[in-house]
Design a protein around this ligand. Structure first.
Ligand code: MF3
Ligand code: CO
Ligand code: CO
Length: 270
């Protein structure tokens, strides 16, 4: 299967889906605090998506080949959990770091975005990991323009992570997105500049680096979904869905509560 270029009409639907995914994160942000369970966050987000937005939570019952259906509507990954954490009875406590990953379907199209949250006061290391990971995502996004190559994105992310003493998770990557949750291309968060697929206007994909404070190795828990660092070091992730435009990129998963790009990133060329 080849990369699917989106038409102007499809891009408009991707903009809507992207904004809605980001608005779920805006909605849940004030509820993220010590004493609340990840399951409660799931229930609040589910209700908001289904009842207020009239969107479909894409994770719910999502079952790619080799996986059992994902049982919840959002992913919540705490501390050394890398991604795909299943919301449940875990109670958030002071100094935890949490990734909430939201994917909605609206009018047949997907929007996929995740953010990190601090519960109370993070450790100095946790804050640095979360900040550097945010910069990694944006440095990757800033590579996006027609004629650039996927390896440029991976190299920018890997370089910044490793210069800061952190490591890049290799087993999971960004992905094309549209009518499908996951489609071509695979967007690796490591690699060599000047290699890989050449970007073209109309491509839509995610950039979602998972960066570990320790070694890059991961393992999967017995629940069949939750990914953790093998060495139990902290892990962080941020995710945006982006469009390749004729002059650069457009971040589709933006809303009123989106964080501004970090200072290390040159101004966007839309
Ligand atoms: N949202 C994740 C991603 O960024 C995928 C989650 S799949 C699920 O690709 F089933 F765990 F929800
Ligand atoms: Co994604
Ligand atoms: Co996601």
């Amino acid at each position: 299967m080849a990369v699917i270029l989106k038409t102007p009409e499809e891009i408009e639907k991707m903009r809507t889906a992207g904004r809605l995914a980001s608005e779920v994160l805006d909605f849940i942000a004030p509820h993220v605090k010590a004493g609340v369970t990840t399951g409660r966050m799931n229930d609040l987000c589910h209700e908001y998506m289904v009842e207020v937005q009239k969107t479909i939570p894409a994770p719910l019952n999502y079952a790619p080949p080799g996986y059992k259906p994902f049982p919840k509507s959002i992913c919540t990954s705490v501390n050394h959990q890398v991604c795909h954490g299943i919301p449940g009875d875990r109670v958030l406590k002071n100094a935890d770091i949490l990734n909430i990953d939201i994917t909605v379907i609206k009018d047949g199209f997907h929007g996929d975005s995740s953010r990190m949250f601090f519960i109370g006061e993070p450790s100095i290391q946790a804050r640095r990991l979360v900040d550097v990971t945010y910069e990694c995502m944006w440095l990757g996004i800033a590579q996006v323009r027609p004629g650039a190559r996927l390896g440029d994105i991976g190299a920018a992310i890997q370089g910044h992570a490793e210069r800061n003493g952190f490591s890049v998770v290799r087993e999971f990557c960004g992905h094309g997105i549209g009518r499908s949750f996951h489609e071509e291309p695979q967007v690796l968060h490591y690699g060599k500049a000047g290699t890989g697929l050449v970007l073209e206007p109309g491509m839509t994909f995610t950039v979602e680096p998972m960066i570990n404070a320790g070694r890059p190795g991961i393992r999967e828990l017995a629940d069949g979904w939750t990914i953790v660092t093998k060495d139990h070091s902290l892990s962080a992730q941020w995710e945006h869905t982006v469009l390749v435009t004729p002059r650069g990129y457009e971040v589709l998963t933006r809303s009123a509560g989106s964080l501004a790009p970090p200072a290390v990133v040159p101004l966007a060329a839309a």
